[in-house]
Design a binder for this molecule. Structure first.
Ligand SMILES: NC(=O)c1ccc[n+]([C@@H]2O[C@H](COP(=O)([O-])OP(=O)(O)OC[C@H]3O[C@@H](n4cnc5c(N)ncnc54)[C@H](O)[C@@H]3O)[C@@H](O)[C@H]2O)c1
Length: 390
């Protein structure tokens, strides 16, 4: 019996992430969401869940009539092909990050969404870091204009330490052909998404990536990027999976002071008078604006994946706005592509990128790859919680 006030959901890709989604939905943590079907190309991944219909081919699940919506948690290139298939067949789609590997694939996916057979179909992305109270507060602070014009941002995101065992857990990982990139494609889509959500996209990117700098992999595991924005603001972004304990620290210098976000806390050293006005009006040579030290309360708990799936169902059933509409997912992909290609081409790139050029470059990386993985083991999956960005 189907319940019209519930979303009948299918989950495709039952690996590390998909298993977590299955446990959330099966564990009835999300009201009005019923798990009806699962799919993985590896039948062993399905055996554990004997009470749900299981498929080894996503096309059969999508056409089964059993589900209204699917969550796609497969390796990245399949987000595009499976996502397009789901959208063309009238299903709501919640896709894991990144929505695709490169800008051209994002455009294909978004195009399928624009041409969807039912206007009611929704398309969301699993950008669960958007549910963290500190970033929600910061977003309000910036968008309300309270912080004033931004001059500089520095984001150090080096706390995604990954071991060689991690990279060996799946042949697709950290290869151009299987994954389409490294830290910018797998770990940092959340940070890149927050950057575009908070600050918009830069107009220029110059980056230096270390390919397999700290691990036996062929893709980037170290990134240092310089960014320029349309208003003249500058940014520096540093990321790696090769540093422990690592840091996650965002510093913003804006007209009305300095904001630091670290360890879930926001501190604002607020200029009582905006620095431009102060500079123009004071007669003193070495004076600075008076400051107030403000610790902004960012209370509440981040709901992460649970919050994103809950919101996806609420959006389908009640018309609630999506926390992360997947059409916005193209921006973080473009930003990551710009960093990788700026480094490879050894030049500054201007955004928007030409998507045909981007696709050509990624195809070249795949074609010219000579890297062979020495060891591949099955993911143990047990320590997934430790992998989540906090
Ligand atoms: N949002 C987050 O916090 C978060 C965290 C981890 C991973 N992810 C994302 O989840 C996705 C999967 O990552 P993972 O770490 O779970 O990988 P994984 O290798 O552990 O699992 C992938 C699963 O997909 C299956 N699969 C491969 N091709 C398939 C296909 N065509 N159809 C059906 N199943 C297929 C594999 O057999 C495997 O079981 C990636 O997009 C990754 O970036 C998101």
């Amino acid at each position: 019996m189907t319940n019209p006030a519930h979303v009948r959901i299918g989950i495709i890709g039952i690996g590390t992430m998909g298993t977590h989604h299955v446990e959330l939905v099966m564990g009835k943590k999300i009201p009005r969401c019923d798990l009806q079907a699962i799919c993985d190309t590896d039948p062993e991944r399905l055996a554990k869940y004997s009470t749900v219909r299981a498929f080894t081919d996503s096309r059969q699940l999508i056409r089964s009539g059993l589900v209204d919506a699917v969550i796609v948690a497969t390796p990245h290139f399949d987000h595009t092909t499976i996502g397009i298939d789901a959208l063309e067949n009238g299903l709501h789609l919640l896709t894991e990050k990144p929505i695709s590997v490169h800008k051209a694939d994002c455009e294909k996916l978004i195009d399928a969404y624009k041409k969807r057979p039912k206007k009611s179909q929704l398309f969301g992305a699993v950008f669960q870091v958007r549910t963290e109270p500190a970033y929600i507060k910061l977003h309000q602070l910036i968008k309300s204009g309270e912080l004033g014009e931004i001059r500089r941002i520095n984001w150090i995101q080096t706390d995604y330490f990954r071991t060689e065992a991690y990279y060996a857990s799946g042949g697709w990982r950290a290869t151009w052909r299987g994954e389409g990139g490294g830290v910018l494609t797998n770990q940092c889509p959340h940070t890149l998404d927050l950057m575009q959500w908070l600050f918009g996209l830069p107009t220029k990117v110059r980056a230096f990536c270390g390919m397999g700098r700290w691990h036996d992999i062929e893709v980037e595991d170290q990134v240092s990027a310089y960014l320029e924005y349309a208003n003249g603001a500058t940014g520096v972004f540093v990321a790696t999976t090769g540093e422990s304990p690592g840091t996650n620290r965002l510093e913003i210098a804006a007209e009305n002071g300095k904001v630091v976000v670290e360890n879930g806390k926001i501190t604002w050293t607020k200029n009582v008078m905006g620095m431009s006005e102060f500079s123009k009006t004071t007669t003193e040579r070495f004076a600075r604006p008076e400051v107030w030290n403000i610790e902004i309360p960012a209370g509440g708990q981040a709901l992460h994946h649970l919050g994103i799936i809950q919101n996806f169902c609420d959006a389908i059933l009640d018309g609630k706005p999506l926390i992360a509409p997947a059409v916005e997912g193209i921006h973080s992909v473009e930003l990551g592509n710009a960093m990788v290609l700026s480094s490879i081409l050894d030049k500054t790139l201007e955004l928007p990128l030409d998507s045909a050029m981007v696709e050509k470059q990624y195809q070249k990386l795949i074609r010219e790859s000579k890297f062979e993985k020495k060891k591949v083991a099955k993911a143990s999956g047990g320590d997934f919680e430790k992998s989540i960005h906090r």
